[in-house]
Each structure stands twice: as structure tokens, then as C-alpha cells.
Design a protein around this ligand. Structure first.
Ligand SMILES: O=C(O)[C@@H](CO)OP(=O)(O)O
Length: 281
């Protein structure tokens, strides 16, 4: 038996502003830092002691893990990070307001881009300031591996090698594993663990900052489908809030769904959102 703890990062600044985020490296909001602290408290209260932590390359997940582990006095445990745990790349939607996108393209298109299993949003241009092709974090990755857009099926494909090659060996060694990642990369992992169909996964949402604990059998399959949130009541409410993102007042006047050729341009970020890789000589 092995214990796996999944933790979605606390609320980010762009979650708070209702923007599609994807691979854009935005920080936690003050509320998100509080959620991460609460996540650490929940681990302590449940007497769960991770032996190792795996995070994405994005600071909202890294900082959530650090804050939660600090609360649990476990900052010292080994850490591994991988781009394979990153949030789904949201393509040309990165930086767009969710409610505005829903109003502009209609509920159906919005849902397809946000939650369909195999339809990615339009790709982001490499020259777009919100593209990650020149981000120092991914300088060691061949350019063709850096996504320009992704659907959830793409995330499953790039996440699973990390699950099998890095996380499962830790579980097999008897370690309690904490994975600090993102709404959609964790949806991809939960889809795999719980064997959820391509249709059903559209309805599954993961709340920020509430640890989700899976006890796994010797084949790394869950003893209980869906695992257990450490604060089930709070999780229920927060799941509903994630589901309803983009349904604000600005989303009310939806145009009929069409097949737009490209998504609207993003406003350039106010703050630097990723150190650039030096130009190759
Ligand atoms: O914007 C994003 O990157 C994700 C997670 O915050 O949003 P959504 O829940 O709409 O997939």
C-alpha cells in the first residue's frame, strides 16, 4: 500500500482575476497563500507526513508546496520538479478573461475549449509575449516539446511518463508522495487513477489548496475511487466555484457558438512573467 497526496496550488492572481493561465507563471494571491497554509494544517491534522514532493515548474505550485510543507515543518524533504506536471497549456487563450471569452464565443465553444477532452484551444503564436518558447525554465527542452496549446488528452500523454518514471518508483519504495500541481494536470492524473471516461472527466474539477489523499494498492490503483479530500465540505464548495468560473455577469450575453478562426489577442502582462532564455549562439 502507498499514500499519494494531490494538492492543487492555492488561488493565483490570475485565478482571482478570472483569466486563463496555463503555462504563464503567475504567483499566488494573498488568498492563495492562505489556502496553501491551510493545506499544510490539514496535512498536519491528518498526521500525513510526505517523504518526497513532486511539483511542476510553475511558481504557484512550487510556492504552495513550500508554504504547506513549511507549516508541517517538512521543508527539508526531497523535491523534484517537472514540466510534465505543468498546467495545461491554454494556447491563444492564455491571458484572456474567461467571462469575456464565454460572452464572445458562446457557452458551447467556451465549454469545448475549457473542458472537452480532445479539442485544444487555438495555438499561441511563438512571438506572443505569453508564449513559453523562449522561457529559461524550458531551455533544456527541445522546442517541439514546448506546447503551443494542449487539450486534456495531450496533458495525459505528457504527464503519464512522469507518473510511471518518477512518481511510481517513489510509491513503490514505500514513500508517501505529495504532488503539488494544477487543476488540469491533476485532472489528467485523477482520470488515469480512477479510470474516468473521456466524457465524464469534463465534469470533474479540482479545488485549490485542499489535499486529496489516495491510498493505492500494490498495482498503484486507488483502494477508494476518487480518493478523499482532507476537508470534504470545503472541497465541495470550492469544486462548484471552479466549475462556475467564467459564468460571471460579463458571460451572460453569449453569442451563438461558432467556430472562431482564432482567439482574441491578450493584453500584455503588467509584470514580467518568466525569465527569457539567453539567445542561442
Ligand atoms: O486558467 C487555467 O490555467 C486553469 C486553471 O486555473 O483554468 P480552468 O479551470 O478554466 O481550466
Amino acid at each position: 500500500m502507498a499514500t499519494l497526496v494531490l494538492l492543487r496550488h492555492g488561488e493565483s492572481v490570475w485565478n482571482a482575476e478570472g483569466l486563463f493561465t496555463g503555462w504563464v507563471d503567475v504567483d499566488l494571491s494573498a488568498k492563495g497563500e492562505g489556502e496553501a497554509t491551510n493545506g499544510g494544517d490539514l496535512l498536519l491534522d491528518a498526521d500525513i507526513t510526505p517523504d518526497v514532493v513532486h511539483t511542476s515548474m510553475l511558481k504557484r505550485a512550487i510556492r504552495t508546496a513550500n508554504i504547506a510543507l513549511d507549516v508541517a515543518d517538512l521543508l527539508w524533504i526531497p523535491v523534484r520538479r517537472s514540466w510534465r506536471l505543468n498546467e495545461r497549456h491554454y494556447g491563444a487563450l492564455q491571458g484572456k478573461n474567461k467571462a469575456q471569452t464565454r460572452a464572445e464565443y458562446g457557452e458551447d465553444q467556451f465549454k469545448v475549449w475549457r473542458r472537452s477532452y480532445d479539442t485544444p484551444p487555438p495555438p499561441i503564436d511563438d512571438k506572443d509575449p505569453l508564449s513559453q518558447v523562449n522561457d529559461l525554465k524550458y531551455a533544456a527542452l527541445p522546442s517541439e516539446l514546448i506546447p503551443r496549446t494542449e487539450c486534456l488528452a495531450d496533458v495525459v500523454d505528457r504527464m503519464l511518463p512522469y507518473w510511471y518514471d518518477a512518481i511510481v518508483p517513489d510509491l513503490a519504495a514505500g514513500r508517501t508522495v505529495l504532488v503539488a500541481a494544477h487543476g488540469n494536470s491533476l485532472r489528467a492524473l485523477v482520470k488515469h487513477l480512477d479510470d474516468i471516461s473521456d466524457e465524464e472527466i469534463a465534469e470533474l474539477n479540482i479545488p485549490t489548496g485542499i489535499p486529496l489523499v489516495y491510498e493505492l494498492d500494490d498495482d498503484f490503483a486507488p483502494l477508494k475511487r476518487g480518493g478523499a479530500y482532507l476537508d470534504p465540505e470545503a472541497a465541495k464548495k470550492a469544486i462548484e466555484a471552479v466549475k462556475n468560473q467564467g459564468a460571471g455577469s460579463r458571460g451572460a450575453a453569449a453569442k451563438p457558438a461558432g467556430a472562431p478562426k482564432s482567439a482574441p489577442k491578450a493584453a500584455p502582462p503588467a509584470k514580467r512573467l518568466g525569465r527569457k532564455a539567453p539567445k542561442k549562439k
